[in-house]
Design a binder for this molecule. Structure first.
Ligand SMILES: NC(=O)c1ccc[n+]([C@@H]2O[C@H](COP(=O)([O-])OP(=O)(O)OC[C@H]3O[C@@H](n4cnc5c(N)ncnc54)[C@H](OP(=O)(O)O)[C@@H]3O)[C@@H](O)[C@H]2O)c1
Length: 184
């Protein structure tokens, strides 16, 4: 079986936070251009992987999702296309095997939050990062990875082993898109 490919799709403040507080919808501060990219990426992907809180911000029961929750325990389908599980003891390829009968997982989107990012990083399974940096600063908030304070988001990914492949302005207000891949 071909290995599933995972893209981490994330919008951050310029000081490296994904939300001001858990439960905040990025719509509150992300640009229209980022939101359009987000919707297109979710539509194009086979499956999205997200934590319980991020799922709860916009549950969308028709979207194909794998939702991480310690409380879920063993994998359980809570909607026809939404699998909940505790990822402890699982692997990224194991996730693909669990959902294959419903829809093959060839391209997966890692939608966060923090500990979902941590889990994929620990498994060496982030094949690509599509980062949007919005021209806002939060000072504090929900980080990209655990243990990270305010920091330039590109530096956060560089320290985690990624290098910039491409960068572009998304609008005149200063929103930037940055694509990164693991450095060999
Ligand atoms: N800007 C962006 O691009 C972006 C991206 C993602 C999220 N967000 C925002 O970030 C906030 C949520 O992020 P968050 O980090 O606070 O929460 P989260 O990861 O969405 O959800 C946290 C919960 O998910 C479960 N979970 C996540 N990773 C797990 C793991 N490795 N093992 C076991 N359980 C795991 C746990 O559920 P249990 O407590 O049930 O065990 C945990 O309490 C929301 O405001 C969301 O909108 C923004």
């Amino acid at each position: 079986m071909t290995r599933a490919r995972f893209t981490l799709l994330v919008a951050t403040s310029r000081d490296g936070f994904i939300a001001r507080h858990p439960g905040e919808n990025p719509v509150a501060w992300a640009s229209a251009e980022d939101q359009a990219r987000f919707r297109a990426a979710v539509t194009a992907a086979d499956w999205s992987v997200l934590g319980r809180t991020t799922h709860g911000v916009a549950p969308n029961p028709q979207r194909r999702r794998i939702v991480f929750s310690t409380a879920a325990g063993a994998p359980v389908w809570r909607e026809s296309v939404q699998l909940w599980l505790d990822p402890a003891g699982q692997t990224p390829d194991g996730l693909a095997a669990l959902v294959a009968a419903v829809h093959p997982l060839r391209t997966g989107l890692i939608l966060g939050g923090t500990r979902v990012h941590d889990w994929f990083l620990a498994h060496g399974a982030i094949d690509r990062v599509e980062l949007t940096v919005e021209p806002v600063s939060f000072g504090r908030g929900v980080p990209i990875f655990s243990g990270q304070g305010a920091a330039d988001p590109v530096d956060v990914f560089r320290r985690a082993g990624f290098g910039v492949i491409a960068e572009a302005a998304l609008n005149a207000a200063g929103t930037r898109s940055v694509e990164l891949r693991p450095v060999d």
